[in-house]
Design a protein around this ligand. Structure first.
Ligand code: MN
Length: 257
């Protein structure tokens, strides 16, 4: 099996290396990842500038391509330019920080996997809840169990799955939960400061995941409770129920010229 590995924390990120070491047991791993940190890049792509991709040898461990672009750029480039063969699986991560709830929409990690799904591959994003001690080695071992299980049960081309691992305190994870994406807004605020010219500027200050109140059975709840959460996601954002309803509306006749 050929696996494309990418992330949004950059090709030198420890989370990517840890996952690389485990994924090697599943097949041949090609790494195409951003040169710099691309957190919160979401599904952005580069269209107004050229994209530089350099072959890079990382830590005596792997050869990859370091890309001056977004996570989605990396995956597009892997499929259409730098790899000699289409991958059988796209894996993105391990991200430093959970990508649960509305953060799925801001996440470059999930977007890279989503791009893999768009390109017609099964795709899996892996994220680890942020804590002072990010044990990526252990997180990678845990995620490979989950990835193997997903592969055994079956994942189709175009299927997108997000795995969130809770912080790895003593005794955690407590198990695996399959749960939907939360839409509860995160606890966050803007800090206002003053620049040297006396003008106000603002800095988004996200609070810990643990300050977000989540009462539903969601990805966020699972991670907060100490479970690994597996969430099947869809690239297609269409609201099917409202689609039917809106089709029944009386729409105005338009002048054709
Ligand atoms: Mn990140």
């Amino acid at each position: 099996m050929r696996i494309l590995l990418t992330n949004d924390d950059g090709i030198l990120a420890p989370g990517l290396l840890a996952l690389y070491r485990e994924l090697r047991n599943l097949g041949q791993v090609d790494v195409v990842a951003p040169e710099s940190v691309q957190s919160a890049a979401a599904h952005s792509i580069t269209v107004r500038y050229p994209i530089i991709a350099r072959p890079l040898h990382v830590g005596g461990e792997f050869h990859g391509y370091s890309v001056e672009g977004s996570p989605a750029d990396c995956v597009k480039l892997a499929f259409h330019a730098v790899l000699d063969r289409k991958p059988d699986l796209v894996v993105s991560g391990i991200n430093a920080g959970a990508n649960a709830g509305v953060h799925v929409l801001y996440s470059g990690t999930v977007a890279a996997a989503a791009e893999g799904a768009i390109q017609g591959c099964p795709a899996i994003a892996v994220s680890l809840e942020y804590s002072d001690e990010l044990n990526f080695t252990r997180a990678a071992k845990l995620s490979i169990h989950v990835i193997r299980s997903i592969l055994d049960h079956g994942i189709e081309p175009g299927d997108l799955v997000s795995i969130n691992i809770p912080d790895l305190r003593e005794g955690w994870p407590l198990g695996i939960r399959v749960a939907s994406q939360s839409i509860t807004p995160y606890a966050e605020s803007f800090e206002q400061r003053t620049d040297p010219n006396g003008r106000p500027y603002y800095w988004l200050s996200a609070k810990s995941l643990r300050e977000t109140l989540e009462h539903e059975d969601t990805d966020l709840r699972a991670v907060l409770d100490g479970y690994i959460c597996v969430t099947p996601l869809k690239v297609n954002l269409t609201d099917r129920a409202r689609l039917q309803h809106m089709r029944s509306w009386k729409w105005p006749a338009l002048e054709t010229r």
